[in-house]
Design a protein around this ligand. Structure first.
Ligand code: HT7
Ligand code: ZN
Length: 855
């Protein structure tokens, strides 16, 4: 398949300032008529090229006249020779939404008809230049059966509706804003709305509606509250107002991604809209608010200013993730949010950056753009924006974003445009900073602090290396902003306050004067740069910071590092001194100044995968043994403390508040440690929590603890959970996930069995990810030495690829990590990748991921 290169970008040869679409909707056969006003862009003699994927033109008219032989098909695209500079081109096609299992273009989901066009789905609906730098004004007319599809929605504002007399009705919508076709959307279905309104700061009234199936209406209040909060936040923090009279959101059950920011008509995976205490955990509530905010923020960062080409994806995604992270931080505990965001970056992006699929946040080439909706483009992209704000300061960063929006409103821009706006507004030279856009790989920073006690000086030596990544053997030094502080070991005071150090060379040395006592280094505070830091800090230093650092992230990080060092030592030598970790956890549990949500994060051991990421070769069984041994030791040594924490955070009546959420989290973490201690009453305690819970957080928390156990309560709880929630797809997903994540020895067999369960289906991406995605993240179970996990995943990739290539391709990366494992596992993983690659009719999506993984 062809490779697309960033450097080959050329402006569009033809523009389409206006498009009118006319849909005769029917699940089996939808007729789509398109009327395009096309305009030659510059002087050239090239034909008009309209992308198409699986479309057959039923008619092609130019300026009202049927064309005989001046059009042809090239691949899926329609080429038309046009004599003049402006023409009206009309096409007609027929598509079958109910046969669309890829969930790209127009498809059917649970009785609805809906669209997904980003990145290149519009070409599955009609012939069009399907690229983000062609911006058009859209008018959309839909007609459909009134009983099955009483609600007809599209982008913008409704401009007309009526009956057709044969049981069918019609509606017309017009979007006054220029937009690329990937932001086009329509929805038809039997839906009801949670309605509200919002008055913008300039006094305009906006009608808000969240459309769902009637039974789901009671679960939409949290999303609505999040939408209103996002609208107010974007006005307050970025000065950005909403610009249409209506904002519609629709929830659908079959969706390849989290949600989609179509102009004025966001379409959501229902798991990011529906939430009530009975069926959604606190983490689900947070995710709903975060995704609602993310999609809403795209109205400016993505829609009003869009991307020139798909290589610029991080322009909208990195910036918008950064914006949604800051929004969520402002809604609750900023410290806990930062910890969660970094945990997510380390779990998903660091391994990507260290493996065969590594790419810069602005990639140089791709075969299939859907493969580049990655943690690198999204989450590392957000870290790059965060570094800009750290370096420029909040005020100059805001000036830069104002300038960016002002300069590029209504156009398709590049990452370079964004950096230049920041540069021009701040007066800073960001030449070297641009390397964050072009170089892949996670930089490593070595920091070593020495103290000259008699001279009262300290010397901090910093050294960075950026690892080689595919296609980039040599790297230049990155500008790395590091927030640093030195603490006096005895006094606990910070010497001279926090400093922002810009490490922009391979090596850098900083001298501190007036250091009267041994200093302890607190570095990369707040995770100011997305790098791996190695220091010469001792276990005592880390224990000190875990108890005294005033930066909550650094405090958490010190504890994690202490745990990690202990685990890595145990894996290497078969034993390790657990005492410093136990003491640090005891102190954290006893510190009255800390809130429960922070404590719960701090006392959790690093995940098995993260421990593996620190080792030259991952040994899943040794990691599991070492982690379980430390968990057991922590459970036993601090059993009284865990029981106290469990009791102190006992649930009263359910309440959704930061304090209540923190208490629930610490309670279940404590329950996990009580179970790890082997306490005889642990299964009963967990079963009791499971049965008594008045909310899903407590219930699923207890089920997770039981799922790891061999007790009879496990099966009882799983059966009860299934019976209670079998009719609720989103909750049933949790039932699959909980079992796929189990630490039990028989998890592979259980997962194979669950894949044959009548409620399992590969056609629904949520259900597929709930079992297969979760299982592949369960390091020990997936890396079963006999290779059963690898075979299972490869079989799934092949089966799913026939239905939904995009979703199939997302399952490949765990197999691509084969270089990180011992020879036996590596050979088995490779063999499965080769088996997939040899399959006939492989999609471009899977081909790209598998071939790169083997290279
Ligand atoms: N911008 C949206 C991306 C998206 C997507 C991409 C590929 C295939 C399906 C998709 N659905 C949505 C989501 C976002 O970042 O807001
Ligand atoms: Zn996004």
């Amino acid at each position: 398949p062809p490779v697309i290169h960033r450097e080959d970008y050329r402006p569009p040869e033809w523009l389409v300032p206006d498009i009118a679409l006319d849909f005769a909707l029917d699940p089996a056969a939808t007729r789509v008529r398109a009327r395009l006003e096309v305009q030659r862009n510059g002087e050239h003699a090239h034909p008009l090229r309209l992308d198409g994927d699986g479309l057959v033109p039923l008619s092609v008219l130019v300026d009202g006249a049927p064309l005989a032989d001046s059009w042809r098909l090239d691949g899926g695209a329609l080429l038309i020779d046009l004599p003049g500079d402006t023409h009206i081109v009309e096409t007609e096609v027929e598509i079958a939404p109910e046969a669309n299992s890829q969930l790209m273009g127009l498809y059917a989901s649970g009785g609805l008809l809906c669209t997904q066009c980003e990145a290149e789905g519009f070409r599955r609906i009609t012939f069009f230049p399907d690229r983000p730098d062609v911006l058009s004004r859209y008018t959309v007319r839909m007609e459909a059966d009134r009983t099955r599809y009483p609600i007809l929605l599209a982008n913008g504002d409704p401009v007309g509706a009526g009956e057709l007399g044969d049981g069918r009705h019609w509606a017309e919508w017009r979007d006054p804003f220029l937009k690329p076709c990937y932001l086009f959307a329509l929805v038809a279905g039997d839906l009801v709305a949670n309605r509200a309104n919002f008055t913008t700061r300039s006094g305009r009234e906006v009608d808000l509606a969240i459309w769902v199936r009637e039974a789901d209406l009671p679960k939409t209040d949290h999303a609505m509250a999040a939408l209103k909060a996002s609208m107010a936040w974007d006005e307050h923090v970025y000065g950005r107002e909403y610009d249409l009279a209506m904002f519609n959101i629709v929830a659908v059950s079959d969706f390849n991604f989290g949600a989609m920011e179509n102009k004025g008509l966001n379409i959501f995976n229902s798991r990011y809209i529906l939430a009530d205490p009975e069926t959604a955990t606190d983490a689900d509530f947070d995710a709903v608010a975060g995704v609602v905010a993310h999609e809403y923020f795209h109205n400016w960062s993505g829609n009003r200013v869009t991307c020139r080409d798909w290589f610029q994806l991080s322009l909208k995604e990195g910036f918008t993730v950064f914006r949604d992270q800051c929004f969520s931080a402002d809604q609750g505990s900023a410290a806990v949010k930062r910890i969660e965001d970094v945990r997510c970056l380390r779990a998903a992006q660091f391994p990507e950056d260290a493996g065969p699929l590594a790419h810069p946040i602005r990639p140089e080439s791709y075969i299939e753009i859907s493969n580049f909706y990655t943690a690198t483009v999204y989450n590392k992209g957000a870290e790059v924006i965060r570094m800009l704000r750290t370096m420029l300061g909040a005020e100059r960063f805001r000036q830069g974003s104002d300038l960016y929006f002002e300069r590029h409103d209504g156009t398709a821009a590049t990452c370079e445009d964004f950096v230049r706006a920041m540069e021009d507004a701040s007066g800073e030279d960001l030449t070297d900073f641009r390397r964050w856009y072009s170089q892949a790989g996670t930089p490593r920073v070595k920091a070593s602090l020495s103290h000259d006690a008699p001279g009262g000086r300290a010397r901090l030596e910093l050294e960075q290396t950026v690892p080689a990544t595919p296609g980039q053997p040599e790297k230049l030094a990155m500008p790395i902003p590091l927030r640093i502080a030195l603490f006096g070991e005895r006094s606990g005071e910070i010497f001279g306050g926090e400093q922002l150090v810009l490490l922009d060379d391979e090596k850098h040395e900083i001298l501190f004067e007036g250091i009267s006592e041994r200093p302890i280094l607190s570095i990369n505070r707040g995770f100011s740069a997305p790098v791996i830091v190695e220091t010469n800090r001792t276990a005592d230093d880390l224990a000190f910071l875990s108890a005294h650092d005033d930066d909550p992230f650094a405090r958490y990080e010190a504890m994690q590092q202490l745990m990690l060092d202990t685990l890595v030592a145990r894996i290497a030598h078969g034993s390790a001194d657990h005492a410093p970790v136990i003491q640090a956890v005891r102190d954290t549990l006893a510190d009255p100044a800390l809130d429960a949500a922070f404590v719960a994060e701090a006392v959790l051991l690093p995940s098995e995968s993260f421990i593996g990421d620190q080792m030259p070769l991952v040994d899943p069984d040794a990691i599991h043994r070492a982690r379980e041994a430390l968990r057991t030791d922590l459970g036993r040594s601090l059993l009284t403390d865990w029981r106290e924490a469990y009791a102190a955070n006992a649930a009263n009546r359910y309440e959704y508040s930061p304090t209540a959420k923190g208490a629930r989290r610490l309670r279940t973490v404590s329950l996990g440690y009580i179970a790890a201690s082997g306490a005889a009453d642990a299964p009963a305690l967990a079963f009791d929590q499971f049965g008594q819970a008045d909310n899903m957080t407590d219930r699923q928390g207890a089920l997770g603890v039981l799922a790891n156990s061999m007790s009879p309560e496990r099966e009882k709880a799983l059966a009860a959970f299934y019976e209670r929630y079998r009719g609720d797809a989103l909750v049933l997903d949790k039932w699959f996930t909980t079992q796929a994540l189990s630490t039990r020895d028989d998890t592979v067999e259980q997962v194979e069995r669950l894949a044959a369960h009548p409620d399992f289906t590969i056609a629904n991406p949520n259900r597929l990810r709930s079992l297969v995605g979760a299982f592949a993240a369960n390091q020990r179970a997936f890396h079963d030495l006999a290779g059963r996990g690898y075979r299972f995943l490869a079989d799934m990739v092949l089966r799913v690829d026939r239905l939904n290539p995009q979703t199939a391709a997302k399952l490949v990366p765990p197999l691509g990590r084969w270089r990180r494992f011992d020879a036996t596992r590596a050979a088995r993983m490779r063999a499965e990748l080769e088996r997939v690659l040899a399959a006939p009719d492989l999609s471009r999506d899977v081909f790209e991921q598998v071939s790169k993984s083997l290279a």
